[in-house]
Design a protein around this ligand. Structure first.
Ligand SMILES: NC(=O)c1ccc[n+]([C@@H]2O[C@H](COP(=O)([O-])OP(=O)(O)OC[C@H]3O[C@@H](n4cnc5c(N)ncnc54)[C@H](O)[C@@H]3O)[C@@H](O)[C@H]2O)c1
Length: 419
């Protein structure tokens, strides 16, 4: 059965690009979101998130009548759920958004439909979603008990890079985790509408674990680099030089340290594995702890630089200006969510009695969290006014600063830009 009408539930960083590419292939796409502002913006042909090239695709799709947004689920042939899956205070995954989304589509489901969960989820979440749907619709047969079903369900995680979503959505290989082989086959048919990468079929539990594994792999490897940076600081060794040398080994590829790990994926998803396997996931838990502890360590480095600055300059602490370079959670983007650079800037500004400046070329206004304690300035002003420089994000603009302009002897460089 072909997919003439496709519904995407959750029109955020993942759902909206997905809806837009299906629509660009001439499908009738109904986007559903509880956020009225998002729905109204999309229906005007605009976008409410920042992602290169997305605006053009959405504008065209809405203009051509292929994409429409609404707050209420409507009948469709396939449903893709891309709602948030945060963790709760105790690092347990919060599936309440997935449950609400599943229950919202249950009344409009019909025999022959396909339901795909795309949200990053703990192992077993797809089976749980199938249970919620089965409880809501006794008249339909779901795949819990094998291929004798008339609604197919699959888990298909997203692995796009923010900033390159419109390219990677089409190009990346896709893990297709059907609850049964027939579910996988049908989900592959759906993605092949736009996918140029390969559909690699497996079962739902493996696909769920695959997404968590990818981000845990990154987190553990960054934690290794971050731990090395602590050890090297103690031993008087330049960690950047060390890693470059070690990476000359043909089978060594150490990642780069930084002020911590941020964003809403790598810093979150490993906890889903830890929550389900508290006794077994020891390395994954420690990696999270190492990365989460890094901002406080950076603050300690700044405190040491301040002590040296006070001794050498004869100034009082409240006469010293500290400039932080960067707030985003990674280079060359404006996304400040879960950013360790934000955390470091906040820790510095909260502790320091003197002036704290922030240079962040990707934002035009100081974020609310820092508004009372720090001042947003240009790169030039930060370099001219600061006694202590703290490099937090290796934006291209910071890498382009000539070394001749770095005259301060007191530097904390978490990204190795000024090594
Ligand atoms: N952003 C990424 O780079 C990325 C990459 C891979 C996977 N993921 C995963 O994809 C999922 C979505 O992430 P995102 O970044 O798109 O989140 P997001 O916050 O940008 O978007 C989620 C959208 O879902 C909407 N929503 C919440 N509950 C809803 C409901 N019951 N019905 C309809 N809409 C609802 C919200 O209003 C929001 O617009 C998460 O599980 C995330 O971990 C994200």
């Amino acid at each position: 059965m072909s997919f003439e009408t496709i519904s995407v539930i959750g029109l955020g960083y993942i759902g909206l690009p997905t809806a837009a590419v299906f629509a660009s292939k001439g499908k009738n796409v109904i986007g559903v979101d509880i956020n009225v502002h998002a729905v109204e913006t999309i229906n005007r042909g605009d976008i409410h998130i920042v992602e290169p090239e997305l605006g053009d695709v959405v504008r065209e799709a809405v203009k051509a009548g292929h994409l429409r947004a609404t707050t209420q689920a409507e009948a469709a042939d396939a449903f893709l759920i891309a709602v948030p899956t945060p963790f709760m205070g105790d690092h347990q995954p919060d599936l309440s958004y997935v449950k609400a989304a599943a229950l919202s589509i249950a009344p409009v489901l019909k025999a022959g439909d396909l339901v795909i969960l795309e949200s990053t989820s703990p192992v077993g979440a797809t089976e749980q979603m199938a249970e919620w749907l089965a409880e809501a619709r006794h008249d339909l047969r779901f795949p819990q008990h094998g291929d004798d079903c008339n609604v197919h369900i699959a888990y298909c995680p997203e692995r796009v890079l923010p900033g390159k979503v419109m390219v990677e959505l089409l190009e990346n290989d896709r893990v297709i985790g059907g609850m049964t082989p027939a579910c996988s086959a049908r989900a592959s048919d759906l993605y092949r509408i736009f996918l140029r990468g390969e559909c690699v079929e497996t079962n739902a539990r493996t696909a769920e674990m695959c997404k968590l594994t990818e981000n845990s792999f990154r987190d553990v490897n960054i934690a290794f680099a971050n731990e090395l940076s602590l050890i090297c600081a103690e031993q008087g060794i330049n960690v950047w030089e060390l890693i470059a040398l070690a990476n000359r080994h043909p089978r060594v590829n150490i990642l780069q340290p930084g002020p911590g790990v941020g964003g809403h994926c790598i810093a979150v998803d490993p906890w889903f594995i830890v929550a389900q396997n508290p006794d077994l996931a020891r390395l994954i838990r420690v990696a999270r702890e190492v990365n989460d502890a890094k901002p406080a360590w950076v603050l300690d480095q700044v405190k040491q630089q301040l002590a040296e600055c006070l001794t050498a300059s004869g100034k009082r602490a409240n006469e010293v200006t500290i400039a932080c370079f960067g707030l985003a959670f990674k280079p060359n983007i404006d996304d400040l969510r879960e950013s360790p650079a934000m955390t470091v800037a906040h820790l510095i500004a909260e502790w320091h009695s003197g002036c704290t400046l922030v240079a962040e070329p990707h934002v035009s206004k100081i974020p609310t969290r820092l508004a009372d304690e720090a001042t947003l300035v240009s790169i030039e002003d930060a370099l001219q006014q600061a006694d202590i420089l703290v490099m937090l994000v290796d934006h291209a603009q910071f890498r382009a600063i000539p070394m001749s302009q770095i005259t301060q002897p007191w530097i904390v460089d978490t990204k190795g830009v000024w090594r």
